[in-house]
Design a protein around this ligand. Structure first.
Ligand code: SDX
Length: 428
C-alpha cells in the first residue's frame, strides 16, 4: 500500500525518520506514524483532528464537497431509491442485496424483533421519568447477559446473528423505553409491519384503540433511519471500535456507543435543537438576532445547536435531505407554517449570511431539522437521540464486524505526561 514516504527530521536525532504514506480510494493520504514509537516519539492530536484510526470500506465523507457515500452510493440517491433495511444490508455486507437476499435479510430481522420477556424487568429499576437514553444504555448492555456464553466473536456467523439481533431489537427496546416513560403497557412487535411501521406501532399503539399506521410518518421515519445510519469514524463509532478492540461482548460495545452518542455535541444535538427553538420562542428578528449574537459570543456557552461539524466544511448532505423531508411532512400535515420551522429556517438564513459562521464554515448538520419532523410526528423530544441510536446501531455494528473480520490490535493511545516528576513518599 505504501508507494510514497514522508521524511521527518527531528532535532537531536542523528538521522531523519522515514514514514510510509498510504493512499485510499478517495480522501486524504495518510502517514503511517507507527514507526515513531521505536524512536521514542508519539504523535499528539487531542480530539483526533488529523488522525485516521483505521482503514475502512464502509462510508466515505468529503467534508469540502459535502459528500457522503455508503459503500460508494451517495446518501441522496439511497434516500430517494432505497429503504433502511436495504441500507442495513449494504452497510453490513458491502453490496446491495438481490430481491431474494433482501427478503431473506428482512425476514431474519423481523424474526428477531422480540426481546426476552425477562428484559421487561430491567425497566422497573428506572425512575418513571428516567431519560430514555439512560434506559437504553442499561437495557442494551443488559442484552449481553442473554447472548454471551455461546457467542464466539471470532466466527462470522456469530457476528452476523449478533448484528441481526441488535438491528431487530433496538426499535423494540426504544419503544419500550418510551412506553415506560408514559406509563403505558409495552407493545410486542408485529411481523406484518415493516421496520419503520413496526417502530411507530410499538411507540404509539395502546390497548384502548386501534392504531392506524400513517404512511407519511412511516416513510419519513424510514428516511430518518437512513440518514442517521452511519458516518465513518465519529465519536460513538470510534467508541464502539475501541470497546470492540478488547474483545468485549458486542451488545456491551453498542451500549458504549449509545452512551457516547448521548452528548449534545454529538447525537444529543437533535434534542438540543428543539430545546434551543423552545428557548428562542419568539420569532421576531431582534430576538433571533440576539441568539445568533450569543452563539458568536466567546463568553457565552450558547452554541447554535444543529450547526457546525468536525468534517463538513460545507452543507451536511443529510441536512439537505432532512430539510426536504421536513417540508414534505409538515406540508402533508397542513403545518407548512410551523412556527419552529420558520424560526429554524430564519436562523439558517441569517447564519449563512453572517461572517462568523461563513469564516468558520458552519452549516446546518443532520440534527438541525430532524427534531422538527419528529415533533410533528408526535415523538417526544427525549426520544430524538434514542431514534438516532436505533438508526446508528447498523453503523456501529458494521464497523465492529469489519474490524473483527480483519486482523486488529487493542486500541491503546498514549499521552503527553505533564504531571509531577518522580518524587518520594514523605516518611517523616
Ligand atoms: C453529529 O462526527 C460526526 O460525524 C457526527 C455526526 C454523525 O453522524 O455521527 O455527524 C452527528 O454529532 C453532528 C454534530 C451535532 N452537534 C451539534 O450540532 C452541536 C453544535 N456544534 C458544535 O458543538 C460543533 O460544531 C461540533 C461539536 C459539531 C464540532 O466541533 P469542532 O469540530 O471541535 O469545532 P470547534 O468546536 O472547534 O468549532 C470551531 C469554531 C469555534 O470557534 P473559534 O474558537 O474558532 O472562534 O466554530 C465555533 C467554535 O466556537 N463553533 C460554533 C458552533 N460550532 C462550532 N459556534 C457557534 N455555534 C456552533 N454550533
Amino acid at each position: 500500500m505504501a508507494d510514497r514516504k514522508a521524511t521527518l527530521t527531528v532535532e537531536g536525532l542523528d538521522k531523519p525518520i522515514e514514514l510510509p504514506i498510504y493512499s485510499g480510494t478517495r480522501g486524504p493520504d495518510v502517514i503511517d506514524v507507527r514507526g515513531l514509537g521505536s524512536e521514542g516519539l508519539f504523535t499528539y492530536d487531542p480530539g483526533f483532528m488529523a488522525t485516521s484510526s483505521c482503514q475502512s470500506a464502509i462510508t466515505y465523507i468529503d467534508g469540502g464537497k459535502g459528500m457522503l457515500l455508503h459503500r460508494g452510493y451517495p446518501i441522496d440517491q439511497l434516500a430517494q431509491n432505497s429503504d433502511f433495511v436495504e441500507l442495513c444490508y449494504l452497510l453490513m455486507f458491502g453490496e446491495l442485496p438481490s430481491k431474494a437476499e433482501y427478503t431473506d435479510f428482512a425476514d431474519r430481522v423481523t424474526s428477531h424483533t422480540m426481546v426476552h420477556e425477562q428484559l421487561a424487568n430491567f425497566f422497573k429499576g428506572f425512575r418513571r421519568d428516567a431519560h430514555p437514553m439512560s434506559i437504553m444504555c442499561g437495557v442494551v448492555g443488559g442484552l449481553a447477559a442473554f447472548y454471551h456464553d455461546h457467542l464466539d466473536i471470532t466466527k462470522q456467523e456469530d457476528r452476523e446473528i449478533s448484528a441481526i439481533r441488535l438491528i431487530a431489537k433496538m426499535p423494540t427496546l426504544a419503544a419500550m423505553s418510551h412506553k415506560y416513560n408514559v406509563g403505558q403497557p409495552f407493545n410486542y412487535p408485529r411481523n406484518d409491519l415493516n421496520y419503520a411501521e413496526n417502530f411507530l406501532y410499538m411507540m404509539f399503539s395502546n390497548p384502548c384503540e386501534e392504531y392506524k399506521i400513517n404512511p407519511v410518518f412511516a416513510k419519513a421515519m424510514d428516511r430518518i433511519f437512513m440518514l442517521h445510519a452511519d458516518h465513518e469514524q465519529n465519536a460513538s463509532t470510534s467508541t464502539v471500535r475501541l470497546a470492540g478492540s478488547t474483545g468485549a461482548n458486542p451488545f456491551a460495545c453498542i451500549s458504549a456507543g449509545i452512551a457516547a452518542l448521548w452528548g449534545p455535541a454529538h447525537g444529543g444535538a437533535n434534542e438540543a435543537v428543539l430545546n434551543m427553538l423552545d428557548e428562542i420562542g419568539d420569532e421576531s428578528e431582534e430576538n433571533i438576532q440576539r441568539f445568533i449574537d450569543r452563539a458568536k459570543d466567546k463568553d457565552d456557552p450558547f452554541k447554535l445547536m444543529g450547526f457546525g461539524h468536525r468534517v463538513y466544511r460545507n452543507f451536511d448532505p443529510r441536512a439537505k435531505v432532512m430539510k426536504e423531508t421536513c417540508d414534505e411532512v409538515l406540508e402533508q400535515l397542513g403545518r407548512a407554517d410551523d412556527p419552529q420551522l420558520r424560526i429554524a429556517k430564519r436562523l439558517e438564513q441569517i447564519a449563512l449570511e453572517d461572517e462568523y459562521f461563513i469564516e468558520r464554515k458552519l452549516y446546518p448538520n443532520v440534527d438541525f431539522y430532524s427534531g422538527i419532523i419528529l415533533k410533528a410526528m408526535g415523538i417526544p423530544k427525549n426520544m430524538f437521540t434514542v431514534i438516532f441510536a436505533v438508526s446508528r446501531t447498523i453503523g456501529w455494528i458494521s464497523h465492529w464486524h469489519e474490524m473483527l473480520s480483519e486482523s486488529y490490535k487493542i486500541g491503546r493511545p498514549r499521552q503527553l505526561y505533564v504531571g509531577h516528576d518522580k518524587r518520594d513518599y514523605p516518611t517523616d
